[in-house]
Write a protein that binds this ligand. Sequence first.
Ligand code: FAD
Length: 401
Amino acid sequence: MAALPDSPARSTYDVVIVGGAIMGSSAAFWLTRMDPGLRVLVVERDPSYQFASTTATNSCIRQQFGSPVNVKISQFGADFIHNFARYIGDPAAPAIVLHSFGYLYLADTPGFADILRDNAVMQNRLGAATRIMTPDQIAAEWPFYALDGIILGSHNPVNEGYFDGGTMFDWFRRRARAQGAQYIQGEVVAMARDDGRVTEISLADGRRISCGHVVNTAGPRANAVAALAGLSVPVEPRRRFTWIFDTPEPLDRDLPLTIDPSGVHVRTDGRYYMTGCKPDDGDPAVAPDDFRMDHELWEDKVWPAIAARVPAFERARVINSWVGHYAYNTLDQNAIIGPHPELANFLFCNGFSGHGLQQAPAMGRGIAELVIHGGFRGLDLTPLGYERIIRNEPLLERAVI
Ligand SMILES: Cc1cc2nc3c(=O)[nH]c(=O)nc-3n(C[C@H](O)[C@H](O)[C@H](O)COP(=O)(O)OP(=O)(O)OC[C@H]3O[C@@H](n4cnc5c(N)ncnc54)[C@H](O)[C@@H]3O)c2cc1C
């Protein structure tokens, strides 16, 4: 993308969006699509997006969630992917393919097996194609697994797998700008409040901008941005590791995104394979610029786990790896979307933990509906509102990745 200007064209905007990665760009896209007259400013501190979660993502979508609202969000996400050019409003937009190899959750305890069974009933009721599989059924479909200790698996072969989230991000941004949203390079460092509203934001260079609404799409820095308005949100940066590897004994079919009881996940990635996990040190919050790789983890944990589950990975060879940050919601690892009760024009769009990319179409639309209509229209996202944070009532998700 061409370098961004660092000065806004105006001194007043209807909506200022803090953070211009996939969530901020989806919001900017939907706002300007639904109301082309809206003056929308997107402020992004690092337009290279080098350290954004969006850049580190594994870009998968699943229907296997434990709460109905998340299933519905992903159903919309799949529909958005399948009909990308129509939604994005440009016939020149490329098709995005959803590679439906599915997620395969493996249970090795009766407790987790029960959770998967219960979740599948709810998912099926909502129209998802989740199936509970015995070890024999799993072995028949994917003979390469070693299934010692596995009680059952839960797999969904429809609308679940990889999609090209980079293209989706690119087109959100491109269409948002074509529809009139302005992107600038800058860091929001202060906010002024008056009578229960944010009235203006300040940039690091001292410039001040009046605003009708502020949207917090700052990813792992969400709490720092909330603090500028005198608020807090239980979101912190946590490291997540990804490795791409090759093997001299490639599998003869796609490897589902397998969530192993060891905590390691592994899947097909084109002609290679992708695996990942969280740190082994208790998974603490880290500084927003802490992207240390744990070089022991591959040797000590990841490689043994994947080679035990898929013996053909015994001779796996790492060809790439990276560290990214989840914007980890410490209450329940779910999105927080909507206003703060004390500050009606400050909208959260935060805390996506490991599933924000697939939720970006629904979340951006939800933000636009809140600004334009004062409430959700397409999908009722109120179960993901800030009120549950105040009540300390987690929206339980018992099958996370
Ligand atoms: C390793 C890994 C794997 C993942 N895999 C998946 C997956 O398979 N499927 C899925 O759905 N999701 C996945 N996710 C999650 C998904 O990538 C994120 O939820 C999503 O990208 C969040 O986007 P965002 O725009 O909210 O945040 P980010 O991409 O982090 O963007 C936030 C932006 O805000 C900017 N910013 C912050 N503070 C300020 C400020 N004060 N002023 C101006 N700009 C500011 C930052 O520079 C940044 O560009 C994964 C994440 C990781 C790390």
